[in-house]
Design a binder for this molecule. Sequence first.
Ligand code: MF3
Ligand code: CO
Ligand code: CO
Length: 269
Amino acid sequence: MDENRGRTTPEGIRIHEEADFAGMREAGRQVAEILDMLGPLVQPGVTTAEIDDFIREEIGRRGLLSATIGYKGYQHASCISINHVVCHGIPGPKMLAEGDIANIDVTVIVDGWHGDSSRMFTAGKAPRKAERLLEVTHESLMRGLAVVKPGATFGDIGHAIQSYVEAQRMSVVRDFCGHGLGRVFHAAPNVLHYGRPGRGPVLEEGMFFTIEPMVNLGRPETKILADDWTAVTRDKSLSAQYEHSIGVTAEGCEIFTLSPAGRFFHTAG
Ligand code: MF3
Ligand code: CO
Ligand code: CO
């Protein structure tokens, strides 16, 4: 396979070819199928290490690679971010409790292509305000996806997400963003989940990137814990996130990480 096909925009954004979509489609399907298996595991009393063990083993059973094991020293097959953890929660001995909400974020490499997706799960029944946060966060991702097409800008995506979330009196995290991906895990551009219409690079057919808004019930500020990974809300308010990997097509976008079982958005564990 010729690794130098395609071209790069002046902003450093890779423009992929038609054949590359097939690689991303397979990587996206694999990660979506793995996430589809997790619902029954996410229950009060399970530890996040046990969930991560299952994910690592399932990646192995499928003959795939984890993109996160060994990435900048990270040692796990997933990030599991509970309640006020915004992202990059490290799996460990902590047990889930009734009503906890958890984001599980998995990235696999299939034939060199990266499939990166995350969803929210609940342990037992989450409080009403937590369910509302999950609904708004999922809908914000859908609204971001809805504006993707050649000629739109990355600012249009950010604006669609931010304007919706803030109208619900919730806040968009600024400290983390989506990213280009493909044969590389994290590539240009930074995909901001806030912004102004018409600003930012123009979308072109063949761009591959993630949209992965993090939404807080309280204020948007985050801080990183002493483990150098775990990001939490400064005000300890609940935080949620959904992530898809997509490719820009002539008409809009192809979502590589759609759930084959239709389980991308579900609030029951
Ligand atoms: N999957 C995350 C993302 O959406 C990145 C996790 S990197 C890790 O970009 F090292 F924390 F796993
Ligand atoms: Co990502
Ligand atoms: Co991810």
